[in-house]
Design a binder for this molecule. Structure first.
Ligand SMILES: Cc1cc2nc3c(=O)[nH]c(=O)nc-3n(C[C@H](O)[C@H](O)[C@H](O)COP(=O)(O)O)c2cc1C
Length: 219
C-alpha cells in the first residue's frame, strides 16, 4: 500500500571509479532538477574498490540477493524496492560504459531477476546518461538502456540522447546543450513518475504477467 504524501525518490548510480568526477557532476545537475520538482534524489557511488563480475553461480535464486556482499549491489537492490525511478550514469571507456557499471548492473539485474522477476525495478521509469571527452557516447547509451528493456522498466527520453561532454568535471559547464538534455530528462522522469502515481491512485495497475515462455535457440 502506497503511503499518502510520501515523497517520490530517484536512485542514481555513479558508474565511474571517481565519486566526484564528470559523471557525478552530470548526476548532480539531474539531482538538482529532481529536487526542484519535489523528488528526492540519492546518488550511489560505485568507486573506491573494484566491482566483482557476475560469475553466473545462480546462488541469487536461493539467496534472493547477489552472493557477493562486499560492494553496493545488494544495498542498491534493497533501496530499489521503495524507489520510484532510476538513473544509471557512466563515463565512456573505449566506446562502451565503464566495466564497473556493467559488472554492477549485470549482478543487480541478474539477482533481482532471480529473486522475484525484477519486482523492485519493473514498470518504473529509468534513464541512462553517459559522459565522454569526445566519442563513443551513443554506443554506450545503447548498452545501458538494454538493462531497462529486458526488465519491463520504462525508458524515458530527453531532447537529445542523454550524453554530455567532458574530460574532467571542470569541463562540464562547457557543454550547455548536454546539461539542458540532463535537466529536461529529469523533468520528463518526474512527469512520468507523477503519471504513474496518479494512475495507481486511480486503480490503473501494471498488466498481469502471463505464463513465462523461456527457450534457448538450441534444439
Ligand atoms: C580507460 C579510459 C577510456 C576512455 N575512453 C574514452 C572514449 O572511448 N571516448 C571518449 O570520448 N572518452 C574516453 N575516455 C574519457 C572519459 O570518458 C572522460 O574523461 C570522462 O569525463 C570521465 O568521467 P569520470 O570523471 O566520471 O570518470 C576514457 C577514459 C579512460 C580512463
Amino acid at each position: 500500500m502506497e503511503q499518502a504524501g510520501k515523497r517520490m525518490r530517484v536512485l542514481m548510480l555513479n558508474g565511474s571509479w571517481n565519486p566526484d568526477g564528470s559523471t557525478k557532476a552530470g548526476l548532480d545537475v539531474m539531482a538538482e532538477a529532481f529536487a526542484a520538482e519535489g523528488v528526492e534524489p540519492e546518488i550511489v557511488a560505485t568507486g573506491g574498490k573494484p566491482i566483482a563480475d557476475c560469475i553466473a553461480c545462480g546462488k541469487c535464486a536461493g539467496l534472493k540477493r547477489c552472493v557477493f556482499d562486499g560492494d553496493a549491489v545488494n544495498e542498491f537492490a534493497a533501496k530499489a524496492r521503495t524507489a520510484d525511478g532510476f538513473v544509471f550514469g557512466s563515463p565512456v571507456y573505449y566506446a562502451h560504459p565503464s566495466g564497473r557499471i556493467q559488472s554492477f548492473l549485470d549482478r543487480l539485474f541478474f539477482s533481482t531477476m532471480n529473486a522475484d522477476r525484477y519486482a523492485a525495478l519493473r514498470h518504473k521509469p529509468c534513464a541512462s546518461i553517459v559522459v565522454a571527452r569526445r566519442a563513443g557516447t551513443s554506443a554506450s547509451f545503447d548498452v545501458l538502456n538494454k538493462y531497462a528493456g529486458i526488465s519491463q522498466m520504462i525508458v524515458v527520453g530527453s531532447t537529445y540522447w542523454n550524453e554530455f561532454h567532458a574530460q574532467t568535471k571542470d569541463d562540464v559547464q562547457g557543454d550547455p546543450e548536454g546539461l539542458q538534455t540532463l535537466r529536461n530528462l529529469a523533468r520528463n522522469m518526474v512527469y512520468v513518475m507523477k503519471c504513474l502515481k496518479a494512475g495507481r491512485e486511480a486503480g490503473v495497475l501494471p498488466p498481469q504477467q502471463g505464463e513465462e515462455i523461456y527457450t534457448n535457440f538450441v534444439r
